[in-house]
Design a protein around this ligand. Structure first.
Ligand SMILES: [Ca+2]
Length: 140
């Protein structure tokens, strides 16, 4: 079974929008859920489901899992995402958990929120290996 979810980050100047599409296929996600939620929360998909956002930071649980952030801490994602505009380009740097092999993160960019593109023709991506994590920077 594969489930696709979406999350979007927007630049404050409105010039760039980057979105990710994630999917998962097997058990590491379920392990992460069992570590981060109580048995009662695990039965409630509005709290522990892929699209749930129990901390209200607008980052769904699936992306919190892939980025290694705390799904119950609203302050954890901004420090990791580091969204900014540099030299007129929207840029995001984030840390990806390498063991989250059941999630594929794909950055997409749009100038009109209707047509979305990904890949090297539209985005510049650099990665730095940190051992168990990697630092990924995406620029429109
Ligand atoms: Ca969240």
């Amino acid at each position: 079974m594969a489930i696709a979810e979406n999350a979007i980050a927007r630049s404050s100047d409105g010039n760039g929008v980057v979105a990710w599409t994630g999917s998962f296929n097997n058990l590491p996600w379920e392990y992460w859920r069992s570590v981060n939620f109580t048995s009662g929360e695990l039965t409630d998909t509005n709290i522990s489901g892929t699209t749930a956002d129990p901390d209200g930071d607008r980052i769904p649980n699936l992306l919190e899992y892939a980025l290694g952030t705390n799904p119950k801490s609203v302050n954890s994602w901004l420090a990791l995402m580091q969204p900014r505009v540099e030299a007129g380009y929207f840029k995001i740097t984030f840390t990806r958990v390498k063991s989250a092999v059941d999630v594929v993160l794909t950055a997409e960019v749009s100038s009109d929120l209707a047509i979305w593109n990904s890949g090297p023709a539209y985005l510049e991506t650099t990665m730095v290996d940190n051992g168990s994590t990697e630092t990924v920077t995406v620029r429109d």
